[in-house]
Design a protein around this ligand. Structure first.
Ligand code: NAI
Length: 289
């Protein structure tokens, strides 16, 4: 099966690894050559580490790498059976991309978005054949997180839903089919986790470290809210909150926090920029204070 992935950032490169590991032929496209190079180098490192740890053998590493090609035009995805878009979380940019993409791929190609919070119905409306559009929402890091939300829009055909669910299960993921509502399941449930943590900080009740420590040690979470926002990226996380807040007609439960807005504006994005609520070295490892 031929898979086209658009956007070779955090999510696109991880999804490419998942599909290639399951034996699909993957073409990874990005408008930014540096992002493609970065994805190639990062995959090489990840797979080399898996070999070192004895999780895969060298021939498996070579097979996965050979399954991925890095392409420089959208047209190169024309032989895809399924495309998954993982570009910037911006509705107009995604709609323009989908409309162009549809002119290159066959009528049978499923066109999916990895959006965290945007309306699939709205993205689908940019297509001549909106019934082929669906949300396929992976979590970060895609190779490790088992859950994938599959989100049919009201236009999506039953056949496209069933085929998408089957493909994702073949990739050894657990599927949760969710309705096309803002934030779907997980990102909606998670909004108060981040939002209340930011409010507690803003009210001067506790520091980032104390809140994270409380949630890990008492709440039993693997990561505290600030560690997790740094991991996801403050730009991405803020945008999701803003989208969910707006889409729920400004319901105060989802109100974004100025602290996170300013962090995103300042480029304090978290691990990927070296600075967020915490500081990170060039490999993305936490620098202990
Ligand atoms: P990212 O910023 O790491 O990567 C986005 C990539 O898309 C960049 O390499 C950029 O050069 C490329 N790009 C931008 N416009 C493009 C275009 N028109 N054509 C081709 N490439 C283009 O972003 P990330 O974090 O991978 O997010 C991508 C999508 O996945 C977003 O919709 C986000 O909401 C969603 N998502 C993000 C998660 C996360 O934890 N970061 C989790 C689940 C979903």
């Amino acid at each position: 099966m031929n898979i086209g992935i658009i956007g070779s950032g955090t999510m696109g490169s991880g999804i490419a690894q998942v599909a290639a590991t399951s034996g699909c032929k993957v073409k990874l496209f990005d408008t930014n050559q540096a992002a493609l190079d970065k994805a190639r180098v990062a995959l090489e490192k990840i797979l080399a580490r898996l070999v070192e740890k004895g999780r895969i053998v060298t021939s498996e590493k070579d097979r996965i790498q050979a399954n991925i090609s890095y392409v420089e035009t959208l047209k190169d995805l024309s032989d895809s059976n399924l495309t998954i878009e993982a570009i910037v979380e911006n509705l107009e940019i995604k709609k323009n991309l989908f409309s162009e993409l549809e002119s290159y791929v066959s009528d049978a190609c499923i066109i999916a978005s990895n959006t965290s919070s945007l309306s699939i119905a709205s993205i689908a409306s940019s297509l001549q054949k909106p019934e082929r559009c669906i949300g396929i929402h992976f979590f970060n890091p895609a190779p490790l997180m088992k859950l994938v939300e599959v989100v049919p829009a009201i236009q999506t055909s039953q056949e496209v839903l069933e085929t998408s669910v089957k493909i994702i299960k073949d990739w050894k993921k657990t599927v949760a089919v969710a309705k096309d509502t803002p934030g779907f399941i997980v990102n909606r449930v998670a909004r108060p986790f981040y939002g209340e943590a930011l409010r507690i900080y803003e009210e001067g009740i506790a520091s980032f470290e104390t809140i994270d420590s409380a949630m890990k040690n008492i709440g039993g979470f693997r990561m505290g809210p600030f560690e997790l926002m740094d991991f996801i990226g403050n730009d991405v996380n803020y945008t999701v909150t803003e989208t969910v807040f707006t889409a729920f007609y400004f319901d105060p439960r989802y109100k974004p926090a100025f602290t996170q807005k300013r962090f995103a504006e300042a480029g304090y994005l978290g691990r990927k920029s070296g600075k967020g609520y915490y500081d990170y070295d060039k490999n993305g490892h936490l620098i202990q204070r």
